[in-house]
Design a protein around this ligand. Structure first.
Ligand code: FE2
Ligand code: FE2
Length: 197
């Protein structure tokens, strides 16, 4: 069977009819570059960040999310007292959402050609936030709020670093950041409700 009359080269030229310098690299160049670095997955020459640095930063964020998941789960099971019924479900919800963040980050690390570090060895050191058990319900909420504020700060820094360099990772981190701000706000409301502020 003969091949279709439509020539790919002809189809491409339709993009480049203007005599002006094209704003984007021409399709042939883009395809050649993609073929040259096929083993690098979605990381192309147009990728503006240092991929090793991004993977390292993401692994620190992954450790932070794992630590936060563990801390919130501990708090969920240990919540006691007359307010525990209202607060414990909030801890569990946050734990689930931190786990989702960890999964999103791990997936992006793999897309970038890196390896997500799930090793328990050094986990607490890699994490930005701390694992604090907290005694009373109020202590738990306060520790969670501190951890959320640390996460917010570090995500803001990472988002700034990625500006104009890696829009996909940046967008993911912006979504996660919005959720961490929501978490901090929830905890703030819980503290206000318990009248300890
Ligand atoms: Fe998170
Ligand atoms: Fe959070």
């Amino acid at each position: 069977m003969s091949s279709p009359a439509r020539s790919p080269a002809k189809a491409e030229s339709a993009w480049l009819t203007s005599n002006d310098t094209p704003f984007l690299s021409d399709i042939e160049t883009l395809r050649k570059r993609a073929r040259n670095h096929i083993d690098q997955g979605p990381v192309t020459e147009g990728y503006g960040a240092d991929v090793a640095v991004v993977v390292k930063l993401l692994n620190e964020a992954l450790a932070t999310e794992i630590i936060c998941t563990l801390r919130y789960r501990r708090h969920y099971f240990m919540a006691k007292g007359i307010h525990a019924e209202a607060v414990a479900p909030e801890f569990l919800e946050h734990a689930t959402e931190e786990q989702q963040h960890a999964d999103q980050i791990a997936e992006r690390i793999v897309q970038l050609g890196g390896e997500p570090n799930f090793s328990p060895e050094g986990l607490a050191t890699r994490s930005h936030a701390e694992y604090v058990e907290g005694g009373s319900l109020i202590e738990m909420i306060k520790e969670d709020l501190v951890a959320e504020r640390i996460a917010i700060e570090s995500y803001l820094e990472m988002i700034n670093y990625l500006e104009g360099k890696d829009p996909t990772t940046r967008r993911m981190l912006e979504e996660i950041l919005a959720k961490e701000e929501e978490h901090a706000d929830d905890l703030n409301s819980l503290l206000e409700g318990l009248q300890v502020k």
